[in-house]
Design a protein around this ligand. Structure first.
Ligand code: ATP
Length: 301
């Protein structure tokens, strides 16, 4: 299925994860990024996701004892709504994602999904319920079609094609001489950042988890790719609870709620228009980005 170009123990890990929790491949790489230090509690239950409401309640966290990175964060991601987290570089956006995946536990406070504290559920069931579209998608040395299938390895060819269509990848694939059989990844065609992110979106659509997490690419995509990706994210967020880390405010104007993070605290939250009227931090960030738009790097950090 996959040509060997990675260490065998690593592949063993991947296969075990796939067979076990059917975790999205993206999750596995995220998992591998950090040393596992959290273990399931004795008697951990399986997370049962119904509506998919996520609640952060008075969450405090620091990577070491010396510096608190997240300081009393409270917010809710309502079921099937799209919530965006914005804030300048180092505000703690990615840290909130790591806490949601339980790569770390908060020092105090709680994170729950549909009323179940994530501390009390198995990590496999937690990560199996969340799909991730990371900033940089890992591609395997196989065809683009099989790369999409990693979202759900037992998906039928028709399901894979439907995900490709919904992620607006069909035209791109049709333009390749070998079409869906085109090899990508390490020894194949190199995809652009936007194309890779669409592969990741297609995987997520195939997996169809109740909760989706997007980490918007920090590097600017060209405006055509960005528009396509936004359309694909919109498709997903109508059906699933969606949390987005956004670097460009223009991409999340339609979010149901925007959480503005500043030095690990929620400085303000609300809809785009509401936050602009307030004239606070969001309005300031918006103004800065409007000025930057003329320059090529129109993003916050
Ligand atoms: P960016 O937009 O630049 O990605 P961010 O808002 O996502 O930033 P985080 O990555 O959450 O910010 O980082 C918040 C703070 O935590 C930063 O000061 C960072 O240096 C620190 N930090 C992040 N990861 C670690 C780690 N593994 N160990 C120690 N400190 C860390």
């Amino acid at each position: 299925m996959m040509q060997v170009f990675m260490p065998l123990n690593f592949l063993g890990f991947v296969y075990r994860e796939m067979k076990g929790a059917m975790t999205n491949i993206e999750n596995m790489f995220a998992i591998l990024d950090v040393t596992p230090r959290i273990v399931d509690q004795g008697g951990a239950t399986e997370l049962k996701v119904g509506d998919g409401e996520i609640v952060f309640r008075d969450v405090h966290f620091g990577y070491g004892d010396d510096r608190e990175i997240i300081s009393g964060v409270d917010f809710t991601v309502p079921s099937k709504k799209k919530v965006a987290i914005v804030g300048s570089s180092g505000a703690g956006k990615s840290t909130l994602f790591k806490l949601l995946f339980r790569f770390y536990d908060p020092a105090s406070g709680d994170i729950s999904i549909d009323g179940q504290s994530i501390r009390n559920v198995s990590q496999a069931s937690l990560r199996g319920s969340i799909g991730v579209v990371p900033q940089d998608t890992v591609l395997f040395n196989t065809s683009i079609f099989e790369n999409v299938r990693y979202g759900r390895i037992d998906a039928t060819d028709e399901e894979v094609r439907e995900a490709i269509r919904l992620a607006y990848l069909s035209d791109f694939i049709a333009s390749l001489p070998k079409g869906e059989a085109t090899m990508v990844g390490e020894r194949g065609l190199k995809l652009s950042g936007g194309e890779k992110q669409r592969v990741s979106i297609a995987r997520a659509l195939l997996k169809h988890p109740p909760i989706m997490v997007f980490d918007e690419a920090t590097s600017s995509l060209d405006s055509h790719s960005e528009k396509i990706i936004l359309k694909a994210i919109r498709e997903i967020s109508h059906q699933q609870t969606t949390l987005v880390i956004a670097h460009r405010l223009s991409t999340i104007m339609d979010a149901d709620r925007i959480i503005v993070l500043d030095k690990g605290r929620v400085a303000e939250q609300g809809g785009h228009a509401e936050l602009l009227t307030k004239g606070g931090l969001y309005a300031h960030l918006w103004e800065v980005q409007q000025h930057e738009q003329a320059a090529p790097a129109g993003k916050m950090d």
